[in-house]
Design a binder for this molecule. Structure first.
Ligand SMILES: Nc1ncnc2c1ncn2[C@@H]1O[C@H](COP(=O)(O)OP(=O)(O)OP(=O)(O)O)[C@@H](O)[C@H]1O
Ligand SMILES: [Mg+2]
Length: 258
């Protein structure tokens, strides 16, 4: 066994990277897949969403990225069966300036996970917003990149910028980024009002525009259960898998497994 590595990426904040990473991981774990979630974001949202207190940690991704620890020393068990976590802490903010001084700065994560890939079916990497070295390390370490988008008017422009970032990485490192799948998160159905007035469904429009960039585009509806699960520190699969957002993430996890 050698893991399939998947990064969740978008330079924009709040597009649903962490939510998608954690919730897809939950359904993979329910299907008896061994999953490692790597939190590469100093905000440590994936760490909290998996019920781990970021203020009470030993080794974390900070130590791994600056070369002070092996990733195996940072990995924790979570309360969720089949999910391990390489947690983040706020001090990860300071790691980036260390990375800039290193020659192999874009492939530090890739090399640090080489030795543990055999223990997992999936390594799921949550990257922070911004076009910095962490998103680059995340996508370089991955076999696939999943791009998450909020269905706003600027979603398509965001994809164009992101493609430029991926092209840059490709040019400077030779690493080809494989963003096959996009997820539109927090989608609302076209409102009754807009249907009555004959306006077009914005989500449908955006989805159509995305088809040129990605092989597949999935939508996840807005659901208060997503927020509730995050508060509880468990994936939606272990809180309310039957809610609409849960069903959508289950379907995406099934696609990932195929
Ligand atoms: N389907 C959904 N239904 C309801 N709320 C959602 C849904 N998806 C995401 N959210 C909420 O939207 C917010 C942003 O999501 P999330 O934190 O996953 O984005 P992100 O891209 O990881 O953000 P950042 O760039 O800051 O890391 C969160 O508060 C999350 O709870
Ligand atoms: Mg996040």
């Amino acid at each position: 066994m050698v893991s399939v590595n998947i990064a969740f990426a978008h330079h924009k904040g709040g597009t649903g990277k962490t939510t998608s990473c954690v919730n897809i991981s939950g359904f993979l774990a329910l299907s008896a897949k061994k999953v490692l979630v790597i939190d590469l974001d100093p905000q440590a949202n994936a760490t909290s969403a998996l019920g781990i207190d970021k203020n009470n940690l030993g080794e974390s991704m900070y130590d791994v990225m600056v070369g002070d620890a092996e990733i195996a020393d940072a990995v924790l068990e979570t309360e969720i069966e089949n999910i391990h976590l390489a947690p983040a802490t706020l001090d990860l903010v300071g790691a980036e300036s260390h990375l800039y001084r290193m020659n192999n700065r874009i492939s530090i994560l890739k090399r640090s996970i080489e030795g543990i890939r055999k223990y997992y079916d999936y390594i799921m990497i949550d990257t922070p917003p911004g076009p910095g070295l962490f998103i680059i390390n995340g996508v370089v370490a991955s076999d696939y990149t999943i791009v998450t988008l909020d269905p706003g008017v600027f979603a398509l422009e965001g994809v164009e910028t992101l493609n430029l970032i991926f092209d840059d990485i490709n040019e400077s490192s030779g690493v080809k980024i494989n963003p096959r799948m996009a997820i539109l998160t927090r989608c609302n159905k076209a409102s009754l009002f807009s249907m009555i007035t004959g306006k077009r469904d914005p989500v449908k429009e955006i989805k159509k525009g995305m088809k040129g960039f990605f092989d597949s585009v999935y939508t996840v509806p807005y659901g208060v259960e997503v927020y509730e699960a995050q508060l509880k520190g468990v994936p939606i699969s272990h809180y309310n898998p039957k809610c609409k957002a849960g069903v959508a993430y289950k379907k995406i996890a099934e696609v990932v497994m195929r």
